[in-house]
Design a protein around this ligand. Sequence first.
Ligand SMILES: Nc1ncnc2c1ncn2[C@@H]1O[C@H](COP(=O)(O)OP(=O)(O)OP(=O)(O)O)[C@@H](O)[C@H]1O
Ligand SMILES: [Mg+2]
Length: 388
Amino acid sequence: MATESQPAAMKRIQRIQMCDIVKRFPGVLANDKVCFDVNAGEVHALLGENGAGKSTLMRQLFGLYKPDEGEILIDGKPVVFHSPADAIRAGIGMIHQHFMLVPTLTVTENVALGLQSSRGPLLDLDKVEERVRQLSEGYGLKVDPDAYIWQLSVGEQQRVEILKALYRGAGMIILDEPTAVLTPQEVKDLFVTFKRMVAEGHGLVFISHKLYEVLAISNRITVLRNGQYAGECQTKDVTRDELATMMVGREIKRVAPPPQAPGRPLLEIKGLHAMGDRGVEALRGVDLEIRAGEILGMAGVSGNGQRELAGCLGGMRKVTAGTIVVDGKDLTHVSVQERLKAGQAFIPEERMRDGAIKDFSVQENLFLLDHASPKFSISSAWRSTPTR
Ligand SMILES: Nc1ncnc2c1ncn2[C@@H]1O[C@H](COP(=O)(O)OP(=O)(O)OP(=O)(O)O)[C@@H](O)[C@H]1O
Ligand SMILES: [Mg+2]
């Protein structure tokens, strides 16, 4: 990519228009003559149910897909992007649903990745770091430039992605469901950042299917339904129920579930201790109990032991003291397989990294739960083979 490692000044774009965009995938019409536009200084929300075509539309604006039909105009001039590098050069940034950072590199190294240096093969990482610190302070994106990506929470990784886009001078930034992976407090912080970006003259596309968030932060809303444009409105003129109706195409009745009486204890955690990735004790005597019929919410700023607690519960992190009992069985030190057998399931924070193998089909991924079962495995035959 011909972008310099020197930070780019913001590439100001007044207006982007997408006109009559058509995008087909085998057997799916993902975008059916969709029109969309975004202006500098506004948050334009793109709302729609799963599979409505939101990501597909924005991937075309970012040069990841080419529209089958339709036109993209930047400040009135037609543009054709052959790759994201073209879009970045034009001043567009995109924060994807699943981040694209290198876990074994630091924050600064990730920002510098893909940039060309004015010092030939050598990167001026000190300069990059200095600018990362400036941007991080200026936009309220708190992150340690020297930390490795694998040490960061999902919220922190997202901030790195936004910093990368800002470093490259993105005037228009597309955020694909940025709040899906955040805690409520992190969402609040992200919205503060959005406000600063908009005040600086950035235009933002905020993809979401959370109505209350869209109503809280956007200036304008466009709704997609089944790949088609379902309408556009000013946020101040619309209600939550009207948006829900636009999204699904019929009126939605909200019914509260009946309250549940708590039953027997299903999860009992006593005096749990565990180390964190940075070599400091992350859990120091955690006690918890969850009963049947209960949902336990856990609040806290990221980096305060939530990830380590989840790791201990899932069987991926060593418990140094204390016990975990699930439905009467002590699972403190047992394998992941034993936990599955005991009826415990675990949905990790980073599902695409820790919960699924991307190159496998859905069927193959589902099978991973059973691969050790004698029905599907010849491991017992292997075990009986003498080893040298
Ligand atoms: N690369 C692809 N190949 C084939 N089909 C695709 C591809 N990307 C998306 N689709 C299909 O196009 C349709 C629109 O998908 P898209 O990901 O744009 O929806 P979305 O509105 O972003 O949904 P979500 O809220 O789940 O992210 C879906 O039916 C999806 O299965
Ligand atoms: Mg999507």
